[in-house]
Design a protein around this ligand. Structure first.
Ligand code: ADP
Ligand code: MG
Ligand code: ZN
Length: 489
């Protein structure tokens, strides 16, 4: 089945999708998980390495206290149970990006257990180290005359928190939305850059189908390492469609690990599913158990910021925003800080909070490039606040304000100044508008006659002409009532 045929992502034919996510978050510590190498992004390859993260014999790891601190903050944000004692294991497998031949991870005694974020339960959160980065040099970039894979060990040993959800998600869109909420939460915590394109936030999606309403879980597949929100939703959609087709044609879904290619939309098998025993887990003998002293817990608690869910509640309680608006602002990207900065900008006339929220989510956001935060756009919070204030005071019509916003998005600047320069100030009540209305009635005599005879819909062309003449600066409702008044209806 093609991607397009998968429609909106809901599973077809009485089937229901079940989705669980495994999210890897690179922690924004100064140094790596088990050595004192600085973290790096974009530096020349293999300049941030030492015997520990290169896996040289005789070197000894030491756990990074800051990574544990960040792990505790994540656990607190998710309402997890924080283990007073957790341990590291060796997860053994062979791959060129893993110089030791094993990854140090947590296995059956992780740092955080359980919890929830929104409607999705958390299974666990554990700490581990990232692998190095493989760079495959294709035919166009031959090294020493042959195709090659290069290894950059700078990333090797970067601290990771792995967050594992319960299989509580049902649609690709819900998975994407939830992941955005998680990203906003992690960003508020300040524990990671949470940048999917740069790989500091990576997501594996586990997907199965079952008859809608069934209490049992179907066989799952795992889509590995998706690195953008759009790809995740598309990838899950495509995999649901693939599994549905397998089931509908009488086949059975086999448990395997898959790759989604965002360019072609194709799904290919990477390997059949590995089991825990394949990894020959055993406790890491070179590391002490992680014991959480009361002081560490205190420190983590003291460092907790306001979280998106709390922020949404506050926006509703303090400003009277609708719950949908409050969630739209607080759960996604940097919208809430932008909104609050606009509100605090002291615009005169001051914007009404709900109106400002609507302008941020309904007008500004769709005008920005996919995924861009308004904070990084040319529209200064104060400029939007002023514009919305002017609309509220009926000094600029909604239509004209949209034109001003287009200008702010492309060039930035000051809302009031653009209104002046472009002559976009509202035409209200006065003689000027009365005259434009009279002219429009005269020019549309047929329509005017029909309105007089009680055909209210016939007013359209007359309103249209007034709007053209005033370049959208008049208020539509006011124009309609002026026309009706002049026509005596
Ligand atoms: P594994 O041992 O294969 O890693 P886990 O039980 O640890 O599997 O679960 C890994 C992830 O897969 C979790 O996010 C979990 O919610 C999800 N998951 C487990 N079973 C299913 C299923 N049948 N369908 C969809 N997701 C599932
Ligand atoms: Mg797994
Ligand atoms: Zn190192």
């Amino acid at each position: 089945m093609s991607e397009a045929a998968a429609g909106n992502g809901a599973a077809p034919g009485g089937l229901e999708a079940v989705i669980g996510l495994e999210i890897h978050v690179q922690l924004a510590t100064a140094t790596k998980m088990f050595c004192s190498c600085a973290l790096s992004f974009g530096e020349p390859p293999n300049t941030h390495t030492c015997p520990v993260c290169l896996g040289l014999p005789g070197s000894l790891p030491v756990a990074n206290a800051r990574a544990v601190h960040f792990g505790l903050m994540i656990g607190l944000a998710l309402g997890s149970e924080l283990a007073p004692r957790s341990i590291f294991h060796r997860k053994n497998y062979f791959y060129p990006d893993l110089p030791k031949g094993y990854q140090i991870s947590q296995y059956d005694e992780p740092l955080c257990l359980g919890g929830a974020l929104g409607e999705v339960r958390i299974h666990r959160v554990h700490l581990e180290e990232d692998a190095a980065k493989l760079i495959h040099v294709g035919a166009s970039g031959r090294i020493h005359g042959s195709d090659a894979s290069l290894v950059d060990f700078n990333r090797g040993g970067t601290p990771l928190a792995e967050i594992v959800t319960e299989p509580d998600l049902r649609t690709p869109e819900q998975a994407g939305e939830w992941l955005r909420l998680l990203r906003t939460t992690l960003r508020a915590l300040g524990v990671s850059d949470v940048n999917m394109e740069e790989g500091s936030l990576r997501c594996d999606a586990n997907i199965s189908l079952r008859p809608a309403g069934s209490g049992q879980l179907g066989v799952k597949t795992e889509l590995k390492n998706m690195n953008s929100f759009r790809f995740i939703e598309r990838g899950i959609k495509a995999e649901i469609a693939r599994q549905a087709k397998v089931i509908e044609t009488g086949g059975t879904v086999v448990q395997e690990t898959l790759h989604f290619d965002p360019d072609s939309g194709a799904i290919t098998s990477l390997r059949s599913k590995e089991e825990a025993h394949d990894y020959r887990y055993f406790p890491e003998p070179d590391l002490l158990p992680v014991t959480i002293e009361p002081a560490m817990l205190e420190q983590a608690r003291a460092a907790m910021p306001e979280l998106p869910a709390q922020r949404a509640q506050r926006l509703t309680a303090e400003l009277g925003l609708s719950e949908d608006s409050a969630r739209a602002l607080a759960f996604r990207g940097e919208l809430a800080p932008y909104f609050e900065a606009a509100l605090a900008a002291g615009a005169d006339p001051a914007p009404e909070p709900q109106a400002l929220a609507n302008w941020v989510t309904v007008e500004l956001l769709p005008r920005l490039q996919d995924g861009e935060d308004p904070g990084g756009s040319r529209v200064a919070p104060a400029a939007l606040a002023e514009l919305v204030g002017l609309v509220g005071a009926k000094r600029v019509s909604v239509g004209a304000a949209r034109q001003v916003l287009d200008r702010l998005v492309s060039d930035g600047g000051d809302a009031g100044a653009i209104v002046e320069q472009e002559g976009l100030g509202a035409i209200g009540g006065g003689e000027e508008l009365e005259a434009v209305v009279a002219a429009a009635i005269a020019a549309n005599a047929d329509a005017a006659e029909r309105v007089r005879q009680g055909n209210a819909k016939a007013i359209g062309p007359i309103v249209g002409q007034v709007m053209r003449e005033t370049k959208g600066r008049a208020d539509g409702t006011e124009v309609a009532s002026l026309i009706n008044a002049q026509l005596g209806v």
